[in-house]
Design a protein around this ligand. Structure first.
Ligand code: PRP
Length: 215
């Protein structure tokens, strides 16, 4: 019997978009329709198993080989860049990383800036590329209030509609990069289970990727 494929999905919107994508690719995922509070699903033919987990944990499951495949945002991959192969840009979950702050922020100010973010690696890399040494203040969420109440001079955060920025009196000073959902794979599993590549190719045909991006 063919080896089972285990797929770790980011709970929430990415999970729903992935299910839709797989159904478009011809896989029957009706066994996941009535989810309730279950976090693990096996297809009736036992070919597939899905784990619903938090975004950063997708990379952990794939890195440890407990999941063969993971679907997670590029934002998370940029913070957790090792231990897997990034195979496909799935072209959903679209947003961007931006540098944002209040109206009175001066990006050209020479003082050492304090930058609040949930993404310290992304923020550090961004300022390193500029040759600018900044103080990174890691926070867990609601990042937009940091410059408003004086915790930081600016933020590096995800912007989707921009509504959260506007609602908190902030604006974008610079876009850092595009973010979308990506398919990642465990390297050893890819080598040992030939079913994995054909599974990935079927998805690739739907998302219309021309190239497979190894990293
Ligand atoms: C993300 C991000 C922004 C918001 C952007 O937050 O950190 O706060 O979404 O979306 P918008 O541009 O459409 O307004 P999330 O919902 O993940 O919550 P968080 O505050 O816990 O980071």
């Amino acid at each position: 019997m063919a080896e089972q494929i285990t797929i770790a999905l980011t709970k929430g919107r990415i999970e729903k978009d992935t299910v839709r994508l797989l159904e478009k690719a011809g896989f029957d995922l009706s066994f996941m329709a009535d989810k309730g509070r279950n976090l693990i699903f096996e297809s009736p033919d036992r070919k597939f198993r899905f784990l619903l987990v938090k975004a950063p944990d997708v990379t952990t499951y794939v890195r440890h080989g407990v999941a063969d495949i993971g679907v997670v945002g590029k934002d998370v991959l940029m913070e957790h860049p090792t231990g897997y192969l990034e195979m496909l840009d799935l072209n959903f979950g679209l947003c961007k990383f931006s540098l944002a702050s209040t109206e009175d922020y001066n990006p050209n100010d020479h003082k050492r800036k304090r930058i609040a973010t949930k993404y310290p690696t992304v923020a550090t890399d961004f300022f390193n590329r500029k040759g600018e040494d900044v103080e990174i203040i890691s926070i867990q969420g609601s990042v937009e209030i940091a410059p408003v109440i004086g915790l930081a001079d600016a933020i590096v955060d995800i912007v989707e509609t921009g509504n959260t920025l506007v609602a908190n009196g902030l604006k974008v000073y610079e876009d850092i990069c595009r973010i979308s959902a990506r398919l990642i794979v465990n390297k050893a599993a890819l080598k040992n289970n030939p079913e994995l590549m054909s599974f990935i190719r079927r998805i690739e045909a739907i998302v219309g990727n021309e190239e497979v991006a190894f990293k």
